[in-house]
Structures are given as C-alpha cells and as structure tokens.
Design a protein around this ligand. Sequence first.
Ligand code: NAP
Ligand code: MG
Length: 488
Amino acid sequence: MADAHPVEPVEFTYVPSREATDLVSLRDRYGLWIDGKFRAPASKRFLTTVNPATEEPLAEVAEGGERDVDRAVRAARRAFETWGRLPGKERAKYLYRIARMLQERAREFAVLETLDGGKPIKEARDVDLPLVAAHFFYYAGWADKLEYAFPGVRPAPLGVAGQIIPWNFPMLMLAWKVAPALAAGNTVVLKPAETTPLTALAFAQLTAEADLPPGVVNIVTGAGETGAALVRHPGVDKIAFTGSTAVGKLIQKAVAGTPKRLTLELGGKAPHVIFEDAPVDQAIEGVINGIFFNQGHVCCAGSRLFVQESIADRFVDKLKRRLSTLRVGDPLDKNTDIGAINSPEQLDKITELVESGIEEGAEIYQPACRLPDRGYFFAPTLFTGVSQSHRIAQEEIFGPVLSIMTFRTPDEAVEKANNTPYGLSAGVWTTKGSRILWMADRLKAGVVWANTYNKFDPASPFGGYQESGFGREGGRHGLLPYLEGVPR
Ligand code: NAP
Ligand code: MG
C-alpha cells in the first residue's frame, strides 16, 4: 500500500568537505617488496595504478614475473626457518606493534585506500582501517595461545602461505590474510589486486619500521598472471585466495593433486529478507548499507532484496526516497556516500548487467543525480518486477544495483533466498526472535545477519558455502587454515 501523502525529499545542500591528501607521500615507481626491501623486478615490467575517481595515474608498480615470485617464495622460506620457531609471545609483540602503528597511521592509510580504490573516505576511515587494526590486535592475542585455541594437540605452522586478494577491501583483505598467518607462525607472499596495490606497498614499508624480520612478509604486485605464478610455485605450502568464483575454480584445478592447502573466499548474491513486522526505518537503512556500502563492491552485499508482499509497495516507496538522498561523487569528500567504481572494466560489467535487467523486463529506478564528468561512477539503482530467472537476480553484479522481489510466506522466502549457486551471507529483518532462528537454520549462507547488515568483527568467522568457497577467516576458525596438526 502506498502512502496517502508521499513526502517529497528535502534537498539538503552540502558544502564540500574534502579530506586532505598531504599525509600520503607516493613514490613514482615501486619495486617488489622481497626480503625486507623494494627490489627491481626481474621481469622489468611495470603497471600503472590510477585513481578511479579522476582517472589520473598515481604510481607505477612492478609486475612480478615467474622469477620474481620465485625470489619472494625463497625469501619467505628462509624467513620461516626462524619465524616459525619463534615463541608465540615474541610473534605477538610484532603483531601488536604493527596493529598500533596502523592505528597511529590510520588516516594516511585511509586516504591512500580511497585514492587508489575509489571508496568513500568516511568508509575507509571509519570501517576499513579500524577493522584492519582490530584484526592485527585480535590475532596478536592468539599468537601465544594456540595450544589453548586447540586443546590437546600441538599446532604447528604450515610454512609459506601464498595469498591473493581482490580490490574491494585491499587493506582489510590483507589483514584477514596476513594477521592469522603470521600469528600461527607462517611467512607470506601476498599479491594485491592490479588496481589497488598501494596500501599493501605502504604496509610493506610499515613492517620494516616495525622491525619485522625480512622475508616474513613479501608483497609481489602484478596482474592475474603473477597470481597464477604464485599458485603454481612448488615452494608454497598453502594458497589463500579471495576473489571471483571463476578464478577460484581455476586455482582449485591448479592446486588439485599437489600437497598445497587451499582456502577460497569467493563471490556472493546475498538475499536480504524483510518481513512485514520488521522495523521499517531501520530496515531501510540496513538495505541501503547492504547494497550501497563500498559502491556495492562487496562479496556479501545484500543484492537480492525479498520484501513480504503486504508491505512491499510502501517499503519500495520509502527506499526510493532514501535513494534520492545518497550523495554520489568525490570519494575524498567526507559527505560522499557512494564513491567511484573501481575500474572501467567493473563499470562495463555493471552497465552490461543493468542493461540485461532492462532487456529482460525488470523495471529500473535511479534517482536524479549528477555524476562527476571524470572518473568511473554509477548511480544507485533499484530494479522492481524482477523474476528469479533474470540475470540481475542470478549473477553477482558487484555494483550499486539492487534487485527487488517479493514473497508471501516464510517458506517461500527461504526457497527464493536459497535459489542461488552462492552461499556467503544473508540478512533477515523481523521483530520475532523465533523467526530469526528459524530462518538462520534454513538459509544456506556462511553468515546470517539479523536486524543489521554488513557487521564485521575479527572474533567472528566469515566464509561461504557452495560457489562462495570454503574456509573461514576471522575468529579462532581463521587460524585453522594456517596450522598443521589441528582437527579440522
Ligand atoms: P578476481 O578477478 O578473481 O581477482 C582476485 C585476485 O586474483 C586479484 O589479485 C587478481 O589479480 C588475481 N587473479 C586473477 N586471475 C588469477 C589467476 N588466474 N590466478 C591467480 N590469481 C589471479 O576478483 P576481483 O574481480 O578482483 O574481485 C571481486 C570478486 O571477489 C567478487 O566476486 C567478490 O565477491 C569476491 N570477494 C570475495 C570475498 C569473500 O570474502 N568471499 C571478499 C571480497 C571479494 P588482478 O587484480 O591483477 O586481476
Ligand atoms: Mg588504483
């Protein structure tokens, strides 16, 4: 039922409030971080990373080749001889130091994250960086307590971990990978995403300032081929990958038949379910956060909205009104809600999927908003009249695009929500506690949020089912993939 007197949104004007960038000092060109120093790549190749909000180049970074990866893995192997034998309480001291230094330099890292990746500064500052530091603090706490984490066994590190991460949360994904690996006594070779290598390189320098022994953390920048070389390298004991399901499958094939351990954190198409008894205003905010946080470049984004039919019209009206108040634009502006799309390739992918939604018969809604003339931007988008078979209801868009569907009964909600090859996360809004538990039992997802969305805590494990991958990051569970001799 629509409101009898829809309230027109009030136009607020915001004076720009731009975060300063003078804290960040960039080199023109970066080598590979191997054995505690920047080294010129044997490949002699470099890539340019740009600011997606302005299309301006920020720096050149090395493109690691086969020989570079080999050099990094050998450095990690040598460092493991001592790091792996260090008492846990000594490893913990380094991790605490790194955590404290990340807190002290949080603003610098947040600005750099926003410059290189396009996310709003308020998110990099208030979400990414606090969680990054919290992750290092949390795993510092486990480093000397591994025998208590897994009582009755003697946990031991695996050796060298090869870690490959995506561009949507560059520092946070680094923290999710590096902190538990180091706490457990492993050394690492990490490959950041091609479009967002700069915070990982700043982190490399920070590890040297923290006196971390050379070779414990190695950062090999590059593109997909660099990641593939790391996966193939016989000196790697474990591969931890976060990225797309397609690349995850390639990696699983490459690792099959080798002794390498593997964890895969892949894509998602999360259901966000709103029951008629939900607190509507809070649920609207949850939905907005669920799909527009980080431009929707979120593996666990609530990209399929299921609203109970009895409140659907009213809910969608309110949602449209709320959409018109979102501020899209300069990611460095502290008022900005939706920043830049990470790359032209990602913008093309979003555009193509949105066009498919229109062609397949769904109804599009975009609020009036002016996008900047330069840079890669996409307006927040809703689709109604979506059917289960539409591509926009099936495929991960990884952008600010929400597909809205309805349901009548809880059983129908579960059936529709689970109609996906993925299974990473889900959200439920209702005032009935029993219904939350009933839904959580039935939703096929690694994480189910109730009356909230996109909440993260280093103590809470995160990971998927089915095509969303396997293995958990965060919590005590996040140590398991980096330890030998523990029950799985
Ligand atoms: P992607 O294309 O799979 O890339 C992820 C990483 O793998 C990048 O560093 C990439 O390098 C590298 N890579 C590409 N091809 C490779 C190959 N053949 N072998 C080894 N490494 C290779 O994914 P993306 O587009 O960057 O990230 C978006 C995806 O990540 C989404 O599907 C999202 O859902 C998922 N994600 C999942 C989680 C989770 O926790 N489950 C968290 C965040 C993101 P280049 O960047 O140079 O191509
Ligand atoms: Mg970039």
